[in-house]
Design a protein around this ligand. Sequence first.
Ligand code: 9MR
Length: 378
Amino acid sequence: MKPIRLVPAAAAALMLLPAYAQAAPAPSQAETLRDAAPDGLVIGSAVAGGGHHDEAPYPDPFSSDQPYRDVLGREFSSLSPENQMKWEYIHPARDTYNFGVADSIVDFAHQHGQVMRGHTLLWHSQNPDWLENGDFSPEELREILHDHISTVVGRYAGKIQQWDVANEIFDENGNLRTTDNIWIRELGPGIIADAFRWAHEADPQAKLFFNDYGVESDNAKSDAYYALIQELLAQGVPVQGFSAQAHLNLDDGFPADLTPNLQRFADLGLETSITELDVRMTLPDGGAPTEQQLAEQADYYARALRSCLDVTTCHSFTVWGLPDKYSWVPGTFPNQGAATIYWDDFTPKPAYDALLRTLSEAGPKSGKAENEGMTTSG
Ligand code: 9MR
């Protein structure tokens, strides 16, 4: 739904009415998410392009789909490469870095006055086979990680507002992933602090984050982050942010304590972000979502945004891609989908309208602290 604009004649007619008879003005005339966002809040999207190597490949929309590029440039003020900065893409062989697509996303962001979130440096998933099966000594592995972080973070220094340095390092019970995360398994938990230190050396301006799913609520996993981050801060490790991915599911209900949970991290002095929001649902007979599902989905999106608006240090709110045809959800959850805010022809869903309305209602000044991030155009 577009905000109503008054044509001059109608506006003039309204002026003739007594003040009490005039409708309240629309809170904002902005017609895009990025324009409607208050000062100090960027609205982001993941940039699709190359599925996981195990998935059926789809054409790379970032280089081939112009309507897709138009929406990315028009609606968003932050971009996150969905896959293209992950190890298996950017570091395909020990002595080979492949920056091509990542560079073009950073260039696109620069051209469109957008900031970037970098994703990700230390993770258990999407690592190349040469690394996972490489039989390296601990000293070699340490050097490999150091080289990777210095090279990748250094290449984009000054152009990345927030980096997901460590991604998904705890399991659901709040235990460190000591078996499937190669770095923690082979080098011990101290490598996490080193990763933050190396990233900070390579780009002192970037805000360095822990990022995970299932941490929207106060639970065992988010408690584990809360404890670890306090330890690291006490040791002077350069950790600046905690982000909730927010892969939500109508079947699970909305994480009702999202705001206080993020706020407790903000109270530690950290930036907080929503980094990968999508809201999936079980589709009736594999078909289209019902009106009721769409309305409920819109409500989830708006509530997640409301949380970010309400948490003092939440300056970055990102949806995990668009439209549904480029979403990771159907490939992972067979009967689920329709998780993004756009239909496949790039018309907005009720969820998009709900985000625009929520931003418009918040108004241009959110009362947030000044956004300390930089734009790539600056
Ligand atoms: O959306 C990404 C998908 O294309 C990849 O195949 C998948 C592989 O793990 O990763 C997806 O993105 C994930 C993100 O990097 C980290 N949080 C969970 C996201 C959804 O799985």
